[in-house]
Design a protein around this ligand. Sequence first.
Ligand code: 13P
Length: 287
Amino acid sequence: MLVSAKEMLNKARDGHYAVGQFNINNLEWTKSILQTAEELRAPVILGVSEGAGKYMCGFDTVVGMVNGMLKGLNITVPVALHLDHGTFEGAKACINAGFSSIMFDGSHYPIEENLKLTTALVNTCDILGISLEAEVGAIGGEEDGVVGMGECADPAECKMIADLGVTMLAAGIGNIHGKYPANWPGLRFDVLENIKATVGDMPLVLHGGTGIPEDMIKKAISLGVAKINVNTECQLSFSAATRKYIEEGKDLVGKGFDPRKVLAPGCEAIKATVREKMEIFGCIGKA
Ligand code: 13P
């Protein structure tokens, strides 16, 4: 059964480790992540962007697939199915579809609007036992070939959002979605420390987990980060392994063209990436 992310994140915060959110795109992605979490006895959060939800034929399909896998693969570790960077409408759709966790990203709105919309979701999620992530400060990333550096969150705004009663808070601290540019100055630990000091117990979320050096990840965890999102890194390892299979001509040997064979190296690569991240996050054996 899917669970809210609340308990796993509170435990992570208290135990000084982080739970990984790994984004899913299809059946292979989902299966690889769930099998790795089960094997390593790690709690896990499956992230679904609205685009990925659409690609997978809608949120109902995603919920059906994940629930089916929990049963079919005998998954016993805690698993949350989480909307990643949701709009208000997307959040409502995922609540109706049966997601166990929601991110409402109101960071691009003026703070008053972010507060208003987040408030509307806090009560609903509370009643339904769904965890809710909110965001303050923009997380950078590449758009049309240009890498934006994002915008660090204002600790006072973080406190206003945290006080609404959300489960966890994503705050921009110089992190970026996708690959980090060579001139990236690193995470702003001074900002993270200020945010932690103002929001207190609230588990913090670090987006853009791809490519952040291990020492920075560990330091962020020590300063209150309890959930780390990874997406691009699984995409990179999946495509590199698939490319190798094709370039080596393995699809041309015997039944090597069978999609289950073509996609197998990519699945193994995702598993290796998830394992590597879970080792760094410290969540292995915490289920
Ligand atoms: P990356 O793609 O940089 O790993 O970021 C993932 C993320 O933060 C999803 O919300």
